[in-house]
Design a protein around this ligand. Structure first.
Ligand code: KIV
Length: 273
């Protein structure tokens, strides 16, 4: 079924996000880290593109998001912004760039916005970094929060399992979500928590809640683009729906290319000058 939406040519802003929440229109977001992918996603009518710190995993081949630097996210962010006309561009603040030193955090936030041209930032964490977030928002930079599974805290958790199953952690998440709204965050991503909790948070706040592995009751969804396009055969958690099998498509195209080169079948006369 094709859903009628407000996918006109106008640039998506944080105000658009708010209006979408108010009229019950779901928000679509995917990650991208380069110009070409960003322009394909934008042309397909996606509402928001996240230059996620998952770049550390899928682009740089690291095991966690922790090694990603400010310079690296700025490089990815700049590349994405050049490919986007309509979608809201959100850039992640890498691990260690927003962690309890508000003046330093603001400096990093300003660098990302100034040097990438992105629209907004996403920051992992709640109460512990509330002063950092307050300072960044006060400087005129819209912030999307990120609660639930926060991959930058992997060494604290020990695994990437579902978060906030226990009452105490669920209560803290609800408190943090309310605090982020009060601080002026325009939206919050919540990752890998029970669907019932995510639905409760989305219903109790007036800002949009974007879920990943958080069920259908949120105001929008986000996935890592490499996962939903089926580029990594080893990573297929149940919250990812694969919309393509690009691993197989690319693998067989490259195999065919190798065969053609070896057989001196490529290039043909028509492909030569
Ligand atoms: O970095 C990222 O890709 C993210 C999403 C998983 C939400 O933060």
């Amino acid at each position: 079924m094709s859903v009628s939406t407000d996918t006109d040519k106008r640039k998506v802003t944080v105000q658009t996000f708010q209006k979408m929440k108010e009229r019950g229109e779901k928000i679509s977001m995917l990650t991208a880290y380069d110009y070409t992918m960003a322009s394909i996603l934008d042309q397909a009518g996606l509402d928001a593109i996240l230059v996620g710190d998952s770049a550390s995993n899928v682009m740089a081949g690291n095991k966690t998001t922790l090694p990603l630097t400010l310079e690296e996210i700025i490089f990815y962010g700049k590349s994405v912004v050049k490919g986007v006309k309509r979608a809201l561009v959100v850039v992640d603040m890498p691990f260690g760039t927003c962690s309890g030193n508000p003046s330093k955090s603001l400096k990093s936030a300003i660098r990302i916005i100034k040097e990438t041209g992105a629209d907004t930032l996403k920051i992992e964490g709640g109460e512990e970094i509330s002063e950092d977030i307050r300072k960044i928002i006060n400087a005129g930079i819209p912030v999307m929060g990120h609660l639930g599974l926060m991959p930058q805290s992997i060494n604290k958790y020990g695994n990437y399992g579902v978060r906030a199953k226990a009452d105490a952690e669920a209560e803290k998440l609800k408190k943090d979500a309310l605090l982020l709204q009060e601080l002026g965050c325009y939206a919050i991503t919540i990752e890998k928590i029970p669907a019932s909790l995510a639905e409760e948070v989305a219903a109790s706040l007036h800002i949009p809640i974007i879920g990943i592995g958080a069920g259908a009751g949120t105001d929008g969804q986000v996935l890592v683009v490499h996962d939903m396009l089926g580029m990594n055969k080893e990573f297929n958690p149940k919250f990812v729906r694969q919309y393509a099998d690009l691993h197989t498509v690319i693998n067989s195209a490259v195999k065919q290319y190798v065969d053609d080169v070896k057989a001196a079948d490529f290039p043909s006369l028509q492909e030569s000058y």
